[in-house]
Design a binder for this molecule. Sequence first.
Ligand code: MG
Ligand code: MG
Length: 250
Amino acid sequence: MINIKTSHELIKMRKAGLITGGALVTAGKNIEEGMSTYELDRIIHDYIVSHGAKPSFLHYNGFPASACISVNETVIHGIPSKQEKLKKGDIVSVDVGAFIDGYHGDSAKTFAVGEAPEKAKALMESTEGSLLEVIKTLQPGMRIGDISAFVQQYNESRGYSVVRQYVGHGVGRNLHEDPEVPNFGRAGHGPRLVAGMVIAIEPMINEGAAEVRVLPDGWTVKTVDGKLSAHFEHTVAITPSGAEILTMPE
Ligand code: MG
Ligand code: MG
């Protein structure tokens, strides 16, 4: 069932979204060569808690940290670790959620540690570009499949592949709600967008093949071919005339 949010609920979701977006800005300002992904997680955790919210991911289905931090060929759900140190030229996907006043925000961004190689920059630009460009097209009456087809075409036309096993989703009182928002699919299919629908759109795009595998830790998702992956995500509310990004920091 797709929950349509009232204007009162959207006020609360904006608050959750701003803290979520702010946590990512803070992550970006603090990322540096030599730091561990554990240290980065602590910075994100402290930001969320100091703003009166709870980290949505901490203990979610048993996840042990406040942010998913996924380096290079790790696609999503990387577990922060004291042993994993960031190196110059790495790309780091940081996925964050904040829960406050009963509602979640959910957003992700891939950062470069120092200067990333050109091929990594191009992958990140395509992934983020597909997210920001598809958001500009959103209108009530469109279908979820229109989003899916747009993101797929945008990235595949640039030579990249779309991860199939993980998808975007509705957001609200629960971190993951209906509908599913795949990053691949056919235009004209799926549920229609209506004003008050809140969805997380989150392209996960691979430099090489689409195939991914989950490590024995049960969380970490990596590309099978060991090539790079990027991940960008915003929580977006459908409005009567378009869409509002709730996780865009001020
Ligand atoms: Mg997320
Ligand atoms: Mg999400």
